[in-house]
Ligand binder design. Structure first.
Ligand SMILES: Nc1nc2c(ncn2[C@@H]2O[C@H](COP(=O)(O)OP(=O)(O)OP(=O)(O)O)[C@@H](O)[C@H]2O)c(=O)[nH]1
Ligand SMILES: [Mg+2]
Length: 250
Protein backbone atom coordinates (compact mmCIF):
# COMPACT_ATOMS: atom_id res chain seq x y z
CA UNK A 1 0.00 0.00 0.00
CA UNK A 2 1.38 3.38 -0.97
CA UNK A 3 -0.35 6.77 -0.75
CA UNK A 4 -3.54 4.94 0.22
CA UNK A 5 -3.44 2.84 -2.95
CA UNK A 6 -2.80 -0.89 -3.12
CA UNK A 7 -0.32 -1.90 -5.81
CA UNK A 8 -0.13 -4.91 -8.18
CA UNK A 9 2.96 -5.59 -10.25
CA UNK A 10 2.41 -7.53 -13.49
CA UNK A 11 5.42 -9.17 -15.15
CA UNK A 12 5.29 -11.08 -18.45
CA UNK A 13 8.09 -13.61 -18.51
CA UNK A 14 9.46 -15.90 -21.16
CA UNK A 15 12.67 -17.75 -20.37
CA UNK A 16 13.86 -15.24 -17.78
CA UNK A 17 15.15 -17.53 -15.01
CA UNK A 18 18.32 -15.43 -14.79
CA UNK A 19 16.57 -12.11 -14.17
CA UNK A 20 13.23 -12.79 -12.54
CA UNK A 21 14.64 -13.51 -9.07
CA UNK A 22 16.56 -10.23 -8.93
CA UNK A 23 13.53 -8.29 -10.20
CA UNK A 24 11.31 -9.80 -7.49
CA UNK A 25 13.91 -9.30 -4.78
CA UNK A 26 14.28 -5.62 -5.63
CA UNK A 27 10.57 -4.79 -5.51
CA UNK A 28 9.71 -2.20 -2.85
CA UNK A 29 8.09 -3.46 0.35
CA UNK A 30 4.88 -1.45 -0.20
CA UNK A 31 3.93 -3.63 -3.21
CA UNK A 32 0.84 -5.68 -2.31
CA UNK A 33 0.69 -8.26 -5.08
CA UNK A 34 3.03 -9.59 -7.76
CA UNK A 35 1.66 -11.49 -10.77
CA UNK A 36 4.24 -13.22 -12.95
CA UNK A 37 2.82 -14.56 -16.20
CA UNK A 38 4.94 -17.46 -17.35
CA UNK A 39 4.41 -17.74 -21.07
CA UNK A 40 5.47 -21.35 -21.79
CA UNK A 41 9.04 -20.83 -20.60
CA UNK A 42 11.36 -23.73 -21.30
CA UNK A 43 13.57 -22.85 -18.34
CA UNK A 44 12.85 -22.50 -14.59
CA UNK A 45 11.24 -19.03 -14.78
CA UNK A 46 7.98 -20.18 -13.17
CA UNK A 47 9.67 -22.08 -10.34
CA UNK A 48 11.98 -19.19 -9.52
CA UNK A 49 9.06 -16.72 -9.52
CA UNK A 50 7.02 -18.92 -7.17
CA UNK A 51 10.00 -19.42 -4.86
CA UNK A 52 10.09 -15.62 -4.37
CA UNK A 53 6.42 -15.62 -3.39
CA UNK A 54 4.95 -14.26 -6.64
CA UNK A 55 1.55 -15.39 -7.82
CA UNK A 56 2.68 -17.29 -10.90
CA UNK A 57 0.17 -18.03 -13.65
CA UNK A 58 0.84 -19.88 -16.87
CA UNK A 59 -0.52 -18.38 -20.08
CA UNK A 60 -0.46 -20.91 -22.90
CA UNK A 61 -1.21 -18.50 -25.73
CA UNK A 62 2.26 -17.36 -26.72
CA UNK A 63 2.91 -13.65 -26.87
CA UNK A 64 3.69 -10.53 -24.88
CA UNK A 65 0.15 -9.23 -25.42
CA UNK A 66 -1.54 -12.43 -24.31
CA UNK A 67 0.67 -12.55 -21.23
CA UNK A 68 0.00 -8.97 -20.14
CA UNK A 69 -3.71 -9.20 -20.82
CA UNK A 70 -3.82 -12.30 -18.63
CA UNK A 71 -1.75 -10.58 -15.96
CA UNK A 72 -4.06 -7.55 -15.85
CA UNK A 73 -7.06 -9.88 -15.54
CA UNK A 74 -5.38 -11.63 -12.59
CA UNK A 75 -4.35 -8.42 -10.80
CA UNK A 76 -6.68 -7.26 -8.04
CA UNK A 77 -5.24 -4.05 -6.54
CA UNK A 78 -5.98 -0.34 -7.12
CA UNK A 79 -2.93 0.39 -9.25
CA UNK A 80 -1.32 -1.95 -11.78
CA UNK A 81 2.34 -1.59 -12.74
CA UNK A 82 3.76 -3.51 -15.69
CA UNK A 83 7.45 -4.22 -15.97
CA UNK A 84 9.76 -6.71 -17.67
CA UNK A 85 11.36 -9.74 -16.06
CA UNK A 86 14.89 -8.75 -17.06
CA UNK A 87 15.70 -6.02 -14.50
CA UNK A 88 15.58 -3.17 -17.01
CA UNK A 89 12.71 -1.14 -15.52
CA UNK A 90 13.28 0.86 -12.31
CA UNK A 91 11.05 -0.51 -9.56
CA UNK A 92 12.76 2.04 -7.29
CA UNK A 93 10.83 4.76 -9.15
CA UNK A 94 7.33 3.32 -8.63
CA UNK A 95 6.79 5.49 -5.53
CA UNK A 96 7.50 8.76 -7.30
CA UNK A 97 5.28 7.73 -10.24
CA UNK A 98 2.37 6.85 -7.92
CA UNK A 99 2.96 10.21 -6.17
CA UNK A 100 2.45 11.90 -9.53
CA UNK A 101 -0.61 9.77 -10.29
CA UNK A 102 -2.19 11.00 -7.06
CA UNK A 103 -0.93 14.57 -7.12
CA UNK A 104 -2.16 15.29 -10.65
CA UNK A 105 -5.16 12.96 -10.46
CA UNK A 106 -4.01 10.92 -13.47
CA UNK A 107 -5.28 7.53 -14.64
CA UNK A 108 -2.45 6.21 -16.79
CA UNK A 109 1.28 6.96 -16.81
CA UNK A 110 3.52 5.57 -19.52
CA UNK A 111 7.20 5.51 -18.56
CA UNK A 112 9.59 6.67 -21.26
CA UNK A 113 13.13 5.33 -21.45
CA UNK A 114 14.18 8.17 -23.74
CA UNK A 115 16.36 10.12 -23.66
CA UNK A 116 18.44 7.27 -22.21
CA UNK A 117 20.17 8.28 -18.97
CA UNK A 118 22.81 5.55 -19.38
CA UNK A 119 23.67 5.28 -23.06
CA UNK A 120 25.13 1.79 -23.01
CA UNK A 121 22.01 -0.01 -21.78
CA UNK A 122 20.40 -0.26 -25.22
CA UNK A 123 21.99 -1.04 -28.57
CA UNK A 124 21.96 1.77 -31.12
CA UNK A 125 19.94 -0.54 -33.37
CA UNK A 126 17.18 -0.83 -30.76
CA UNK A 127 17.29 2.91 -30.04
CA UNK A 128 16.81 3.57 -33.77
CA UNK A 129 13.96 1.04 -34.06
CA UNK A 130 12.16 2.41 -31.02
CA UNK A 131 12.46 5.99 -32.29
CA UNK A 132 11.13 5.09 -35.75
CA UNK A 133 8.13 3.26 -34.27
CA UNK A 134 7.45 6.16 -31.91
CA UNK A 135 7.58 8.63 -34.80
CA UNK A 136 5.14 6.54 -36.87
CA UNK A 137 2.86 6.32 -33.83
CA UNK A 138 2.91 10.12 -33.63
CA UNK A 139 2.22 10.63 -37.32
CA UNK A 140 -0.72 8.25 -37.26
CA UNK A 141 -2.32 9.22 -33.97
CA UNK A 142 -1.04 12.77 -33.58
CA UNK A 143 0.21 12.05 -30.08
CA UNK A 144 3.88 12.91 -29.68
CA UNK A 145 5.26 10.43 -27.17
CA UNK A 146 8.94 9.90 -26.42
CA UNK A 147 8.61 6.11 -26.25
CA UNK A 148 5.70 4.20 -27.77
CA UNK A 149 7.50 0.91 -27.01
CA UNK A 150 8.06 1.21 -23.27
CA UNK A 151 6.89 -1.79 -21.25
CA UNK A 152 6.41 0.06 -17.96
CA UNK A 153 2.98 1.54 -17.31
CA UNK A 154 1.42 2.63 -14.04
CA UNK A 155 -2.36 2.94 -14.09
CA UNK A 156 -5.52 2.77 -12.02
CA UNK A 157 -6.93 -0.68 -12.62
CA UNK A 158 -10.48 0.68 -12.68
CA UNK A 159 -9.85 2.14 -16.18
CA UNK A 160 -9.29 -1.30 -17.76
CA UNK A 161 -12.93 -1.58 -18.97
CA UNK A 162 -12.43 1.67 -20.90
CA UNK A 163 -9.74 0.04 -23.03
CA UNK A 164 -10.22 -2.51 -25.80
CA UNK A 165 -7.35 -4.88 -26.56
CA UNK A 166 -6.63 -6.97 -29.65
CA UNK A 167 -2.82 -7.12 -29.60
CA UNK A 168 -1.49 -10.63 -29.06
CA UNK A 169 2.27 -10.15 -29.23
CA UNK A 170 4.63 -7.15 -29.31
CA UNK A 171 2.07 -4.79 -30.85
CA UNK A 172 0.32 -4.78 -27.48
CA UNK A 173 2.77 -2.19 -26.19
CA UNK A 174 1.63 0.33 -28.82
CA UNK A 175 -1.99 -0.66 -28.42
CA UNK A 176 -2.05 0.09 -24.71
CA UNK A 177 -0.77 3.59 -25.42
CA UNK A 178 -3.24 4.17 -28.26
CA UNK A 179 -6.09 3.13 -25.99
CA UNK A 180 -4.86 5.23 -23.08
CA UNK A 181 -3.73 8.42 -24.76
CA UNK A 182 -6.54 8.80 -27.31
CA UNK A 183 -9.38 8.08 -24.89
CA UNK A 184 -10.92 11.34 -23.66
CA UNK A 185 -12.01 9.65 -20.42
CA UNK A 186 -8.48 8.58 -19.45
CA UNK A 187 -6.09 11.17 -17.99
CA UNK A 188 -2.80 10.22 -19.60
CA UNK A 189 0.78 11.36 -19.00
CA UNK A 190 4.21 10.19 -20.10
CA UNK A 191 7.13 10.46 -17.64
CA UNK A 192 10.84 9.96 -18.04
CA UNK A 193 12.43 7.02 -16.18
CA UNK A 194 15.78 5.35 -15.69
CA UNK A 195 16.47 2.21 -17.76
CA UNK A 196 18.96 -0.45 -16.64
CA UNK A 197 21.09 -3.03 -18.38
CA UNK A 198 19.30 -6.28 -19.12
CA UNK A 199 19.94 -9.42 -17.01
CA UNK A 200 19.94 -12.62 -19.09
CA UNK A 201 19.66 -13.12 -22.81
CA UNK A 202 17.81 -10.78 -25.14
CA UNK A 203 14.94 -12.15 -27.23
CA UNK A 204 15.98 -9.71 -29.96
CA UNK A 205 19.50 -10.82 -30.80
CA UNK A 206 18.83 -11.28 -34.52
CA UNK A 207 18.32 -8.32 -36.84
CA UNK A 208 15.76 -10.33 -38.75
CA UNK A 209 13.57 -10.73 -35.65
CA UNK A 210 13.89 -7.06 -34.76
CA UNK A 211 12.78 -6.04 -38.27
CA UNK A 212 9.90 -8.54 -38.24
CA UNK A 213 8.64 -7.12 -34.93
CA UNK A 214 8.96 -3.56 -36.31
CA UNK A 215 6.92 -4.43 -39.39
CA UNK A 216 4.31 -6.17 -37.24
CA UNK A 217 3.96 -3.03 -35.15
CA UNK A 218 3.67 -0.68 -38.14
CA UNK A 219 1.04 -2.91 -39.75
CA UNK A 220 -0.90 -3.00 -36.51
CA UNK A 221 -0.74 0.79 -36.10
CA UNK A 222 -2.04 1.33 -39.64
CA UNK A 223 -4.84 -1.19 -39.15
CA UNK A 224 -5.85 0.37 -35.87
CA UNK A 225 -5.78 3.87 -37.28
CA UNK A 226 -7.65 3.30 -40.51
CA UNK A 227 -9.66 0.10 -40.26
CA UNK A 228 -10.39 -1.38 -36.87
CA UNK A 229 -10.95 1.73 -34.80
CA UNK A 230 -13.15 3.15 -37.53
CA UNK A 231 -15.16 -0.08 -37.62
CA UNK A 232 -15.52 0.04 -33.83
CA UNK A 233 -16.63 3.64 -33.90
CA UNK A 234 -19.09 2.81 -36.67
CA UNK A 235 -20.53 -0.05 -34.63
CA UNK A 236 -20.92 2.21 -31.65
CA UNK A 237 -22.56 4.83 -33.85
CA UNK A 238 -25.05 2.27 -35.12
CA UNK A 239 -25.87 1.17 -31.60
CA UNK A 240 -26.44 4.73 -30.51
CA UNK A 241 -28.38 5.81 -33.58
CA UNK A 242 -30.92 3.23 -34.75
CA UNK A 243 -31.89 5.55 -37.60
CA UNK A 244 -28.44 5.03 -39.09
CA UNK A 245 -29.26 1.33 -39.46
CA UNK A 246 -32.55 1.97 -41.22
CA UNK A 247 -30.84 4.27 -43.66
CA UNK A 248 -28.23 1.49 -44.10
CA UNK A 249 -25.36 3.89 -43.70
CA UNK A 250 -22.19 1.86 -44.21
N1 LIG B 1 4.70 -13.45 -22.59
C1 LIG B 1 5.76 -13.33 -23.31
N2 LIG B 1 6.67 -12.55 -22.83
C2 LIG B 1 7.75 -12.44 -23.54
C3 LIG B 1 7.97 -13.11 -24.76
N3 LIG B 1 9.15 -12.76 -25.19
C4 LIG B 1 9.64 -11.92 -24.26
N4 LIG B 1 8.79 -11.75 -23.26
C5 LIG B 1 8.90 -10.97 -22.04
O1 LIG B 1 8.56 -9.63 -22.33
C6 LIG B 1 9.43 -8.77 -21.67
C7 LIG B 1 10.13 -7.92 -22.71
O2 LIG B 1 10.93 -8.74 -23.52
P1 LIG B 1 12.43 -8.41 -23.82
O3 LIG B 1 13.03 -9.61 -24.44
O4 LIG B 1 13.07 -7.90 -22.58
O5 LIG B 1 12.28 -7.27 -24.91
P2 LIG B 1 13.02 -5.88 -24.99
O6 LIG B 1 13.09 -5.27 -23.64
O7 LIG B 1 12.34 -5.10 -26.06
O8 LIG B 1 14.47 -6.24 -25.55
P3 LIG B 1 15.76 -6.82 -24.76
O9 LIG B 1 15.65 -6.45 -23.32
O10 LIG B 1 16.90 -6.23 -25.46
O11 LIG B 1 15.71 -8.31 -24.93
C8 LIG B 1 10.37 -9.64 -20.83
O12 LIG B 1 9.87 -9.68 -19.51
C9 LIG B 1 10.30 -10.99 -21.51
O13 LIG B 1 10.47 -12.08 -20.64
C10 LIG B 1 6.96 -13.96 -25.22
O14 LIG B 1 7.01 -14.61 -26.25
N5 LIG B 1 5.87 -14.05 -24.44
MG1 LIG C 1 14.00 -6.12 -22.02
Amino acid sequence: MYQGLSISIVIPAYNEEKGIGTVLQQLPSYVDEVVVVDNNSEDRTGEVASSFGAKTVVEHRQGYGWALRRGFAEATKDVAVSMDADGTYPSEQIAEIVDLLQRDNLDFISCSRFPLIKADVMSSRNVFGNKVLTLIFGLLFWRWLQDSQSGMWVFRRRILPLMHFEGETWEFSSEVKIEACTNPYIRFREVHIMYHLRIGYSHFHSLRKAIAVGILDIRFLIQQRFVRRRARQHKLYQQLHPLAKQASIK
